[in-house]
Design a protein around this ligand. Structure first.
Ligand code: 2IT
Length: 448
């Protein structure tokens, strides 16, 4: 690694103690960017990388709310406004007990490059809370969202920062958050949030976008090898919104999804998660708030493996769709032993850096999440466009745009890797291609 990049990374690790996920994401990204800094000594002179890895602003606040028993509860609220070089901060809110600054900074850093890859004008941000939505009543969710927005509304806006959903935040939460924002602002500014319901400015295809986009990306990867997704077996982790969209599109294109998973274990369905009834049941399981994939096994009479992950199964394509660090060395070794061909990351940073390197060295084709899952935020940006123009595109129009965007992301990542002598290395290529535009914009805007 060039000495400059090495020094910035060492500094980042020293100055941000106790943030392992942030260190992990930064290490992976900076490793890819060293060649860019070797080519552009003017970036070092402008302190570009030191500025890039430091969030422009971080907001941390108390979120007090009252539960159904009348007891006062307090959670931590955050918004990391990481980089606004190419557009307003954009990125989801995550409501999950694991949420802390380390996780939000890794997600925010990834988001900067992902959003740049979409080719749309959106900067990078991420936020959320350590609030645990599972088992909460609708009233509790609403009161929590209202309290969260009562602080955050003063920091966001259609041209400032445009949050959306992530784990634990779906259309229901976005609705409550928007209602409170509108009330406090005294204005109908629906461009402040994306992932809204269709009746008040949401975009068609936004719920499907991350999963559909991931499968469109996978198609491009297979196409590179003159291969097709039809007839392939696929293992998917998770059963939330992203997994649902991926199952739906993979099935539609003739692949067979043989497993989905949850925090309680995984289910193995040798006939495939292939009927409308099965695919729709994923939505019901999510809406129930139980967070148990065992419900699928009970309903459809298929085997359930408690507390296990599905990565030891034999399949052509692996698509982790649940959360960060799902795949470490033990899981990667199983995939290599089983002859997996394609490893398509979908959830943000699902793989440890060690496992990622091992998979690539073992000649498995790897596609990185910041490129693969960018369809979600891309359609969020299309939602912003529709809101600002006061119009609504049809599902076909949005889907066609999504497909084109995913195809371009793939081609741009592949071209960037090629340009720097890495061959067909989409991991390196996505980092380089995403960084390029942000770096140019930062250089143009001076030391800010
Ligand atoms: O990780 C992500 O890209 C998201 N959670 C979606 C962000 C967005 O603004 O739609």
């Amino acid at each position: 690694m060039s000495q400059y990049v090495k020094n910035v990374l060492a500094d980042l690790i020293a100055k941000n103690p106790g943030e392992p996920e942030f260190h992990q994401a930064a290490t992976e990204i900076l490793e890819s960017l060293k060649v860019v800094f070797e080519k552009h000594p003017e970036y070092e002179a402008a302190g570009l990388l030191e500025r890039f890895v430091e969030p422009e602003r971080t907001i941390m606040f108390r979120v007090p709310w009252v539960d159904d028993e009348g007891k006062v509860r307090v959670n931590k609220g955050y918004r990391v406004q990481f980089n606004s070089a190419i557009g307003p901060y954009k990125g989801g809110f995550r409501f999950h007990p694991s949420v802390n600054l380390s996780i939000l900074k890794f997600l925010g850093l990834e988001q900067i490059l992902k959003n740049s890859l979409t080719s749309l004008p959106i900067g990078g941000g991420k936020g959320g809370s350590d609030f645990d939505p599972s088992g909460k009543s609708d009233g509790e969710i609403m009161r929590f969202c209202q309290s969260f927005m009562s602080e955050l509304y003063r920091h966001i806006g259609p041209n400032i920062d445009v949050p959306a959903g992530d784990i634990g935040v779906g259309a229901r939460e976005i609705g409550y958050l928007f209602g409170q924002y509108k009330r406090l602002r005294g204005a109908f500014e629906n461009g402040v949030l994306t992932g809204k319901g269709i009746s008040y400015g949401g975009s068609l295809i936004r719920p499907e976008a991350t999963g559909f986009g991931a499968v469109y990306f996978a198609q491009k990867v297979l196409e590179h090898y003159n291969d097709t997704i039809e007839g392939k077996t696929v293992v998917i982790s998770g059963f939330g919104n992203v997994a649902w969209g991926a199952v739906k599109k993979a099935t539609e294109l003739g692949a067979k999804v043989i497993a989905i998973s949850g925090p309680d274990g995984y289910v193995y369905d040798e006939d495939g998660v292939s009927t409308d009834e099965k695919i729709n049941f994923m939505l019901q399981m999510r809406a129930s708030g139980r967070n148990k994939v065992q419900d699928y096994a009970d309903k459809f009479g298929v085997p359930f493996f408690a507390k296990e992950k599905p990565w030891g199964l034999k399949a052509d394509i692996m698509m982790p769709c649940a959360t960060q660090n799902e795949v470490g060395m033990a899981e990667a070794e199983k995939m290599v032993a089983n002859g997996v061909k394609y490893y398509i990351e979908v959830s943000n940073m699902p793989t440890s850096n060690e496992a990622l390197k091992y998979l690539i060295d073992s000649k498995i084709t790897v596609a990185p999440s910041k490129a693969v899952n960018a369809g979600g935020v891309a359609v969020s940006a299309l939602e912003m466009s529709q809101n600002s123009q006061r119009l609504a595109w049809s599902a076909e129009e949005v889907d066609a745009k999504l497909k084109t965007i995913m195809s371009n992301i793939h081609d741009n990542a592949a071209a960037a890797a090629e340009e720097f002598g890495y061959g067909y290395d989409l991991v390196k290529g996505a980092n380089i291609a995403g960084f390029k535009k942000v770096a140019e914009a930062m250089m143009a805007q001076g030391i800010v």
